[in-house]
Design a protein around this ligand. Structure first.
Ligand code: ADP
Length: 239
């Protein structure tokens, strides 16, 4: 896959989106620093120079039904959890974060463009905190690989590992759907089996639905939370 590096960008997702709209093919964009890194719902993602892997893949899936595009976040989460597993036992917090010792190590942001009922492009952004020695007070739940393990892992080394892990899971997702991805996530999940708060309701994270929705058991009833419109928190902290 073609890889573009920038010292500084506004946001690697914004760059990927611009390339997608100009008709560019599949590629990865990574940057030393993002000046306007984003999370979901336009929240800011802190991306200081050289401190983490700030990268976005532009994908052009063939014949992907629009309603399945959201599944890409699970593929990215699984691939990055595997890429990091040699260094730390990271958990996958449903739907789109990786956590280490109860804190947020990685955020994932998927954006997509559609032509009718098909997904035309996917911008799959993953930000991983690697080398920050500390975080500002406004980010009490953030952590880095260095803080938790003492390991200094360089962004480019992680990018190579990640892209290597991503490709096979991406092919499995396209050929077999989300079921094998969710099955591989389950043992690494930091959410399943826990009591969580979602949209102000407390319940137990009881399982995944086949489309990736989180099944919440509350007051003896099961309801499905769809990724994208909900933030899940633990009762006593971030997970
Ligand atoms: P969530 O999925 O937790 O609801 P997002 O995935 O949208 O949130 O991530 C954005 C949030 O992550 C921000 O509002 C901020 O609290 C937090 N955040 C921002 N930068 C970082 C970072 N580098 N590491 C960890 N957390 C961060």
């Amino acid at each position: 896959m073609e890889i573009f590096y920038f010292d500084t960008v506004d946001s690697t997702n914004a760059q990927a989106k611009a390339l997608a709209l100009s008709g560019h093919g599949e590629c990865a964009i990574w940057a030393g620093e993002q000046t306007a890194g984003r999370g979901r719902l336009s929240r800011a993602w802190a991306s200081p120079p050289g401190a983490g892997l700030w990268q976005t893949q532009l994908l052009r899936p063939q014949n992907l039904p629009a309603e399945m595009a959201g599944g890409a976040v699970f593929v990215a989460a699984l691939a990055m959890a595997e890429a990091l597993s040699e260094f730390a036992e990271v958990g996958i917090k449903w739907p789109n974060d990786l956590v280490l010792n109860g804190k947020k190590l990685t955020g994932i942001l998927a954006e997509a463009g559609f032509s009718g009922v098909r997904c035309d492009w996917l911008a799959l952004g993953v930000g991983v905190n690697l080398l920050q020695p500390s975080f500002p007070e406004e980010l009490p739940y953030a952590t880095s690989l260095l803080i938790e393990t003492g390991i200094s892992l360089l962004p480019e080394a992680l990018l190579k590992r990640y892209l290597g892990r991503f490709q096979p899971w991406y092919e499995i997702w396209r050929e077999e759907g989300l079921a094998p991805i969710l099955a591989a996530i389950a043992p690494r999940s930091a959410t399943l089996g826990r009591r969580v708060l979602a949209n102000g309701r407390e319940g137990e994270a009881a399982g995944f639905r086949e489309d990736g929705a989180l099944l919440l058991r509350a007051d003896g009833e099961i309801s499905a939370l769809v990724a994208g419109d909900v933030s899940v928190r633990g009762l006593y902290g971030y997970i």
